[in-house]
Write a protein of this length. Sequence first.
Lengths: 309, 309
Amino acid sequence: MTVKQVRAFLAVAQTLSFAQACEMMHVSQSALSLSIKALEESLGGPLFKRTTRNVRLTPEGEALLPLARRLIADWDNARDELRQRFRLQQGLVTIAAMPSFAGNLLPVILRDFRSRYPKISVRIQDVINERVIEMLQVRQVELGIAFEPSSASGLDFTPLYVDRFVAVVSSESPLAGLSRVPWERLLAEPFIALQRPSAVRNMLEQSLRDWKLSLPVEFESHQLTTVGRMVSSGLGVSAVPALCIGQMKELGAHCIPLCDPVIEQPIGILTKSDEELSVAAQALFESLLAFKGRFPESPDRDGGLGSAP
Amino acid sequence: MTVKQVRAFLAVAQTLSFAQACEMMHVSQSALSLSIKALEESLGGPLFKRTTRNVRLTPEGEALLPLARRLIADWDNARDELRQRFRLQQGLVTIAAMPSFAGNLLPVILRDFRSRYPKISVRIQDVINERVIEMLQVRQVELGIAFEPSSASGLDFTPLYVDRFVAVVSSESPLAGLSRVPWERLLAEPFIALQRPSAVRNMLEQSLRDWKLSLPVEFESHQLTTVGRMVSSGLGVSAVPALCIGQMKELGAHCIPLCDPVIEQPIGILTKSDEELSVAAQALFESLLAFKGRFPESPDRDGGLGSAP
DNA sequence: CACACTTACGATATTCGTAAGGATT
DNA sequence: AATCCTTACGAATATCGTAAGTGTG
């Protein structure tokens, strides 16, 4: 019992004529006749009653008809679905990105991706850095965007860019005019920090500790937006990844490169190292890489503050 | 995309090894490798990631796996169902029989049929003669058992036996001792008839009319059982098809052959003449024919009252 | 170097189409 | 006689298995 045979059966059952059916199947009458015969033999009895003048279904043929329809429909559907997957005309990519990326660059990249592969849906998980890694490890997502994890995490890291901390100050601040700010100077102001747990906050504190600096935290928030609003309202200053410059500007805050030390951290695409990527995920991977040159704070560029060099 | 290819895919996906899978499929490694390759090409991308040392599914392969399982399961189920039908190990026969037959002989025949084909279920419609014909014509049943219909009914008639009317009297009746009763004598008694509409009643009245006899109906009932009870209670006499002799005896009534005239009517199997019989129906048809010699009132035998000749 | 899958190639089976056969209208 | 399905047979195609090739642990 082969697919071809069942298709032949359907063709004959629909037209009730071998002559018509063989045109539909693009085979000769004899080939079709043999196919039906083989099917009937494999099933153990006749499916059609042939009277040389007209063809009719036997009761067993009637019983097979709905089954055959479903079988062929399911068969074709499965085949088409897989083909569409491979042709990137269908599919689902799951990606987890840390909030600063998910909220700033990812939407732009996805717009590009979507225009190229409109049939592929993307499920975005906007979660903190640590959850990105967890979700990858338990295969909840295929792709992750986060800081470079420890090498023992079982994940592959493909760097996209190096993120540096920039100072965020209100436009009325005395620091606003400077072209770069040393950390010591910034920390003299009331500091508005991202709340723990947060990879950004951790990195910040750890790096400053190496330089024997400490964070005089005045206010805390989980939301970057809130931090930005607080700064622009003159409540204090903050430091955020360069990625968030655009967001901060929209909130009316000024961003200035920080120095002494320049705190930087590679950010990139994470994948489970022993897992294969779906073609859809591979496509998104490549769309992400295609944006590499357009990221701020690229290792070989300046502060990336947007304006003149 | 063939069935064999999908089976090969499942075998490899389950074992994650071409070597093991090819044993399962009873083919050589190369044949299996080619099958998978052909499947992958027909779908447009790789289903397995081969690393010469181990085989794993690609995400597309993972997507295909559940689909393939269902596909093959459905495929095999459909095939098995059809095979069982042809082997008479499955199936359903629908038969409509007039009550006198359905209640007397049919159970015995079905017991025999059932012991031979235990997996085939039989749906019996115990309906009046006219409904038997209707149900056949609208294909509600495959087989019917009834009087011979008019030739224009579009039904084929295969005679089983000729039914004759016998007198039913109570054991206290003065008629009880006779070996045969003329109709005129019987009709002198209060008559208990089957209620209209009923083919038996119609036939009775029509035949008597030809002999210028009329039915002095005293009581009527739809149920043969009720008629029998009434007779054995001494309320009157009746006349029933010989088929019902057994039933009447159980109810305590006596049956005696009738003469002047002998009213007889062929009873047989009806089938729709332009319809094919399922193998299951064909089997039941033959089981019915096999009982032909054991019917009462066979044309070449006597009154069939069971006892001595 | 051994194992596991792939590729190459000759042999075998299967399938196909043309042509002849048979049955019905 | 015409139509429609089946059967027969040679040809084209596909599939299979053996054996050689390739890459990995």
